[in-house]
Design a protein around this ligand. Structure first.
Ligand SMILES: [Zn+2]
Ligand SMILES: [Zn+2]
Length: 259
């Protein structure tokens, strides 16, 4: 099993060599033995990020959506229309927490996908929707993926959560934070039991308060930092993460063997 970062940038990253933080999980289909790919989030950059890796919308069996910011879902219209009209109605399993399904369609995708020359469409016209329970889990071939609600935006008038993933393969436990505030109390149990952590990390002078900032992550215990890779960073100069005890910053296109 392999995890590849199509990009490692933040939502607003404009670095010429980077794209938004979408990932590809690859393994063998347990029934056919063929290569199967799960796209973890599909942002507005996805068509460029995936093209750089030589991948097309038809090359995915499934997509997981962590939350509704456009760097995580902005490419779904492109995926849907490409697969429907260009790639012979190739259908993708869309794994998404049940409470996000309605807003994903009503507030993000319906405007571009509902009306077409084959009649009115719904999310199910384009995807096999696989509703997930928050704090539930699902098996995708030889990996079990736990869905973990994490706080992303905590504001006076409401809260937005993202749904992080904790994966377990035959040999590796990995934690992908997706987008989350710095919240060591809530995340420590997963930090501890993971063999490798992929942590969203903000850089630079402006602390948005909706992602963990590098300076906050530096305060984590050494044994946690020693298995932590940093991603979802903006185009600021990067500090020496290895000197600070981390594994480093994930580079665009980097792959990890999780078998
Ligand atoms: Zn994001
Ligand atoms: Zn976000």
């Amino acid at each position: 099993m392999k995890l590849t970062f199509a990009g490692t940038g933040s939502a607003f990253c404009t670095a010429a060599d980077n794209f938004q933080s979408n990932m590809i999980l690859e393994t063998s289909n347990t029934e056919t033995g063929q290569l199967a790919r799960l796209l973890i989030d599909c942002g507005t950059d996805a068509r460029h990020a995936l093209h750089r890796l030589g991948l097309w919308p038809k090359d995915f069996e499934a997509i997981y959506v962590s939350h509704l910011h456009s760097d995580h879902i902005g490419g779904l219209e492109w995926i849907a229309l490409s697969n429907y009209f260009i790639f012979h109605r190739h259908r993708i399993d869309l794994y998404v927490v049940n409470e996000l399904i309605d807003p994903l369609w009503e507030h993000s995708l319906r405007g571009g996908l509902e009306v077409s020359d084959h009649g009115n469409s719904t999310l199910e016209t384009y995807f096999n929707v696989k509703p997930l329970q928050p704090e539930g889990s699902f098996n995708w071939h030889d990996v079990n993926l736990e869905v973990l609600p994490v706080d992303h935006i905590v504001a006076k008038n409401g809260k937005m959560q993202s749904f992080a993933l904790f994966g377990t393969t035959n040999s590796t436990r990995f934690f992908i934070t997706t987008d989350a505030i710095f919240n060591p109390d809530a995340h420590m149990a997963y930090y501890r039991k993971a063999d490798v952590i992929y942590q969203d990390c903000e850089l630079g002078p402006r602390w948005s308060g909706v992602h963990a900032h590098y300076d906050q992550l530096k305060t984590l215990p050494d044994d946690i930092k020693a298995k932590m890779w940093l991603y979802h960073y903006p185009a600021y100069a990067k500090p020496d993460a290895v000197a600070d005890g981390f594994c480093g910053f994930v580079t665009p296109g980097q792959s990890f063997d999780l078998a």
